[in-house]
Design a protein. Structure first.
Length: 425
């Protein structure tokens, strides 16, 4: 059978062992090709039901009583469910605050523990917000502290050798994105963690672009700390709270720099002197945003049911198929691959580069241009990210997207769009 046909893609979908999970998601327009789940995931149907129930029954009906009935322990309960898909143990994960705030807490506490070590190692593929936090914390600690940003040689990857040369006896912390946000390059978590530990450095991973799309083994890899968001592959909804992980071996050695009341031992004793809670709870700060946490529970249950190994297997198959199609239909039209060639070195999105990337994205998303409405996302300066969310992304979606980009280039449809950026790209 010709692998470059729509029928071949449809056959791949028919033979997909986890295809039924797409039905668990609320999909308003089945004709819309949504490939931006690596920025904002689709909602699970039951999550929307629970959100209404949480507002109507728990908030409007039970009112303040809901704190003792469900709300007070929600951060820990959700943390334990994320632990189930990230290779962590119960009591090592908690849902709280934003990724940036959680990163600040853990970077600060790591530097306090690593007194005498003054280097933070990261790379230029890391999410810029992470770099801002690192630079701010280093400035707070004083002029002796420095953030070393390793430069990628190809704009896609960072080699183990670069990290090995940079990490030394002065290194307090190595902090990297497990899957980097532009190229989708995925570090070997176990290998890099071991490399840092052998030099006496602590390790903090940002899981925002990997959690829920690739298997993560925090305990097995010996990871010290991790943070991540819940609105991408975890499908928690826009602005849903983030999570943080601290291995049990370190929890009593680290201290949060934000002494908020929900991080105290007994918040409702209202003591005037701060006493940190034992374990992971000490890293909470203010009152958790309960309504924003509600959709996450059902979404996590879907991920647990599907199984991370099954999700990863489909992700790798779909990304390889997409690259296969782009080589056939797009590379001779000015596109190039902005992700690692090997599927095992990628997360669950594919980045394509093109000088007209921004206007091509505008063309794809315009319902009156071409044959299909496609929503990928654009990242400066010339990147089109194709987010593959295996629980609801179909092979036919990927095929039609490639053919749509071919049409846009063939007929110059992108030229009718201005090259001006919107506030959110």
């Amino acid at each position: 059978m010709n692998a470059f046909t729509e029928k071949y893609a449809q056959d791949l979908d028919r033979n997909d062992p986890i295809r039924g999970f797409r039905n668990k998601f609320r999909i308003v327009d089945d004709n819309l090709i949504y490939l931006d789940g690596n920025s904002l995931g689709r909602p699970v149907k039951d999550s929307l039901v629970d959100l209404v129930k949480g507002g109507e029954y728990a908030w409007a009906g039970r009112l303040i009583r809901s704190w003792n009935e469900d709300w007070y322990t929600k951060s820990l309960q959700l943390g334990d469910k994320i632990a189930m898909i990230s290779g962590a143990s119960p009591g090592e994960m908690i849902v709280t605050d934003s990724t940036s705030v959680n990163l600040y807490k853990l970077v600060y506490s790591a530097l306090k523990k690593q007194e005498g070590r003054t280097k933070i190692i990261t790379d230029d593929l890391n999410f810029p917000s992470d770099l801002y936090i690192l630079q701010g914390v280093a400035e707070e600690f004083g002029a002796a502290y420095e953030v070393v940003i390793l430069e990628s040689e190809d704009g896609i990857t960072i080699s183990r050798e670069q990290l090995a040369r940079a990490i030394d006896e002065k290194t307090a912390l190595v902090t990297l994105s497990h899957v980097v946000f532009k190229s989708a390059f995925m570090y070997s978590m176990e290998e890099i963690t071991d490399l840092a530990h052998r030099k006496g450095a602590m390790v903090l991973w940002d899981l925002s672009h990997s959690i829920g799309s690739v298997p993560v083994e925090l305990n097995r890899s010996g990871v010290d700390m991790a943070v991540g968001c819940t609105y991408k592959y975890l499908n928690g909804g826009p602005g849903s709270p983030a999570f943080l992980y601290v291995t049990k071996e370190l929890q009593e050695q680290l201290h949060s720099p934000i002494s908020g009341w929900f991080g105290t031992n007994k918040p409702f004793s209202f003591d005037l002197k701060y006493t940190p809670a034992p374990g992971i709870r000490k890293f909470m700060a203010g009152t958790p945003p309960i309504l924003s946490m509600i959709p996450l529970e059902r979404s996590l249950e879907v991920l647990i049911e599907a199984g991370m190994n099954n999700i990863r297997k489909k992700s790798m198959s779909q990304s390889a198929y997409f690259v296969f199609l782009t080589e056939r239909f797009l590379f001779h039209r000015g596109f190039s691959l902005g992700s690692p060639v090997e599927a095992e070195l990628r997360g669950s999105h594919i980045t394509l580069k093109h000088p007209e990337a921004h206007r091509i994205c505008s063309s794809l998303a315009d319902p009156d241009t071409g044959r299909f409405e496609v929503i990928p996302d654009f990242r400066e300066p010339d990147n089109i990210r194709i987010g593959i969310s295996p629980l609801y992304t179909r092979y036919i979606d990927l095929y039609r997207t490639v053919k749509e980009m071919e049409l846009i280039l063939e007929e110059g449809l992108f030229k009718k769009f201005p090259d001006t950026r919107k506030e959110v790209t």
